[in-house]
Design a protein around this ligand. Structure first.
Ligand code: MN
Length: 258
């Protein structure tokens, strides 16, 4: 019947499984908190316009507002100063061929549980490759932390007086993933692709700086990475077509063989 219809047939008969990697947008879903001298990320807000009532007798709908980086969301290269002059760096310019890419899942659950400030390094990735085989090019790198299980608790943002505490990569890991492994992007369960303490790293916030400076993407606030195989799954992530937008909330899902 052709590849596109074969895909639908495989979904229908269960040979392929779809995993929703998206957290529900709700007013209480946590957003990143920056130092107070900076502008802040607005949480999701929803205001009812009508619900089969005088304002709309046969229809229900809501006004919604949020930041481009609220909830499960996509980061475009223009989000960071390092990517501001790249071509096609805004969400509306993402080529449609980039809406789908394979994913390698790197499990750092134990390390993140033992140390909320666990730093992913090049040495860790090279050791991972020795056990799991090389990271193929043009793959999303998904960091499985099980951090999504903290959603709804203060331990998700994990804020202390000195800021957030959550795992993330250092510059060496990002240089390795971008330049040596040609990664498509970095996909995480935490509120940012960088570690909670990433502003203290050299350079500051290396995941943002190195990903976006090289035209790569970010996905944040994912869930259910524990349901994916180490390799063989494909992530579907198509950001909203916001004119000149730096990022967007979106529905993200993965497809893999059952
Ligand atoms: Mn973001």
């Amino acid at each position: 019947m052709g590849l596109a219809l074969d895909l639908i047939a495989a979904l229908a008969d269960g040979r392929l499984r779809v995993v929703d990697l998206t957290n529900t947008l709700s007013p209480d879903f946590p957003v990143i908190v920056l130092p107070e001298e900076f502008g802040q990320c607005a949480p999701f807000r929803m205001e009812q316009v009508s619900r089969y009532d005088a304002d709309g007798p046969a229809w229900y709908w809501n006004q919604i507002t949020m930041n481009e980086h609220t909830g499960t969301h996509f980061d475009a290269p223009v989000h960071w100063v390092t990517g501001r002059d790249l071509p096609d760096n805004t969400v509306d310019a993402v080529p449609p061929e980039h809406f789908m890419a394979p994913v390698v899942v790197i499990d750092i659950v134990a390390e993140a549980a033992a140390d909320a400030d666990f730093v992913l390094t090049r040495a860790f990735l090279e050791d991972w490759e020795a056990r799991n085989g090389p990271i193929p090019p043009r793959h999303w790198i998904a960091l499985r932390t099980d951090w999504h299980k903290r959603v709804g608790t203060a331990a998700y943002l994990n804020l202390r007086e000195d800021g957030a505490h959550s795992p993330g990569p250092d510059a060496g890991a990002m240089e390795f993933l971008v330049h040596d492994r040609d990664c498509f992007g970095l996909a995480v369960e935490t509120v940012g692709t960088d570690a909670g303490q990433g502003s203290t790293f050299d350079p500051p916030l290396p995941a943002h700086a190195i990903l976006h400076g090289n035209g790569r993407y970010g996905l944040q606030c994912l869930r259910n990475l524990d349901q994916l195989p180490v390799r063989g799954a494909v992530i579907v992530a198509a950001p909203l077509k916001i004119q000149g937008g730096s990022g967007s909330p979106l529905r993200v899902f993965a497809i893999h063989e059952s």
